[in-house]
Design a protein around this ligand. Structure first.
Ligand code: G3P
Ligand code: CA
Length: 399
């Protein structure tokens, strides 16, 4: 050990002196004239090759790397979804990526909410679902309205009818109060995409880990129609402005198709960025709304076919399927991973949740068993409301 150290030091000195000799020759105008070495090189025996450590586990992912843990709406199982605190908790739990769903305010700012509607209220005044306390604010009562969202009638309060300043006066609520803790209700704001990126940078500096974001532009066809905003363009503009365009740290996802094609062929090239695009694939009976709006009667079954997957590979870089595409209702692993990988597409299925009500009976109430089966099937990442659980599973398999 000691002998090697000395030998390398001497060899380094020899190289330095030899280079100096060449530089002197250049300065003296003697290019091409060999100069005598100041010291004869010392021969150092080559170190024996060190074999690369064998990986602890043979991942079945497309790249061979460990599957990604994606904090779905943050750590939405333990904090109100799409709040900075939910995202921070996801990162602390070990998420590789956090997932902001994005909608647009009246004054054109992308904010994180799962849907444009932030409180659904029936005609009797009963609140059916809410992610913010807007229905309790008398000053906003005139914003209660009825809209068509992707062909569905929705009565409630919509983000695009509020300025960012107005939204900032609201406070987030737990979306599933029957199942999840409401102890954080009323505490947290609705964040902008820029604030999410600032949080990521803060957590990266604190932890030394690389954290990515996985934005989804919600209902692009609807947003263009009701708010007059191309949210794909706005997303890229925001990422460029925030200088957050590292393709290792961003995936852009959508349930629609035309916006992904537009990002691929026009919006991203014009902005000089190239970020991986993920085509979301919902259940086979549903359909991308841009297809429906254009009179195309095909469903996600077409996108999930082998031909559909090969077509997706012409404009996107991966797929985000509903998890039943990967593991069916009978707990059987399907051929979907094999077919997606054959098309060159990594896949990140959704959504893995810890509550027994979301688990098939074969798992006996153990959410880790479901995650392990998906990982054994070869998925490249998991969207989960409980990223700390996802991290535990991946780390345990890594050992
Ligand atoms: O984006 C993939 C996953 O989030 C499923 O969609 O937004 O309805 O929860 P979402
Ligand atoms: Ca989403």
């Amino acid at each position: 050990m000691r002998k090697n150290t000395i030998g390398f030091t001497l060899a380094g000195l020899t190289v330095v002196l030899s280079l100096l000799g060449s530089a002197q020759a250049e300065l003296l105008g003697g290019g091409g004239v060999p100069t005598a070495p100041i010291a004869a090189p010392i021969q150092v025996p080559a170190a024996p090759p060190v074999p690369a450590p064998a990986p602890a586990v043979q991942w079945q992912t497309l790249s061979g790397a460990a599957p990604l843990v994606i904090g779905h709406r943050g750590s939405s199982g333990t904090r109100p979804e799409h709040t900075l605190e939910a995202y921070r908790e996801a990162i602390r739990g070990g998420a590789d990526f956090i997932e902001p769903d994005l909608v647009v305010t009246k004054d054109g700012v992308l904010v994180a909410r799962h849907e444009p509607v932030i409180a659904i209220v029936d005609p009797s005044g009963k609140v059916l679902e809410a992610t913010a306390d807007v229905h309790n604010r008398s000053e906003f009562r005139d914003r209660l309205t009825v809209k068509q969202v992707d062909g569905h009638t929705v009565r409630g309060y919509f983000v695009e009818d509020f300025t960012l300043a107005e939204l900032k006066t609201l406070r987030a609520l737990e979306r599933l109060p029957q199942q999840r803790s409401t102890q954080y209700d009323g505490l947290f704001e609705i964040p902008t995409l820029s604030e999410v990126i600032a949080l990521v940078r803060e957590e990266e500096a604190r932890t030394g880990r690389q954290i990515g974001i996985y934005p989804e532009t919600k209902h692009p066809t609807y947003m263009q129609a009701v708010a007059g905003v191309n949210t794909s363009q706005l997303l890229i503009d925001t990422l460029v402005r925030e200088e957050f365009t590292d393709p290792q740290r961003v995936f852009i996802q959508s349930f629609e198709t035309a916006n992904l094609r537009d990002l691929n062929t026009r919006i991203m090239p014009a902005a000089g960025v190239d970020l991986p695009l993920i085509q979301l694939i919902s259940g086979p009976d549903e359909a991308p709304y841009d297809w429906t709006a254009a009179g195309d009667t095909r469903t996600y079954a077409a996108l999930g076919s082998s031909e559909g997957l090969r077509d997706i590979a012409t404009y996107a870089d991966g797929v985000g399927p509903y998890k039943r595409w990967v593991i069916d209702d009978h707990c059987q692993t399907t051929d979907f991973v094999t077919r997606a990988h054959a098309a060159g597409l990594p896949l990140h299925p959704w959504t893995f949740r810890n509550e027994a009500s979301y688990l098939l009976s074969c798992y006996g109430g153990d959410p880790k068993a479901e995650m392990r089966q998906a990982i054994a099937a070869g998925v490249d990442g998991l969207f989960t409301d409980f990223p700390a659980t996802g991290r535990e599973v991946v780390d345990a398999l890594s050992r």
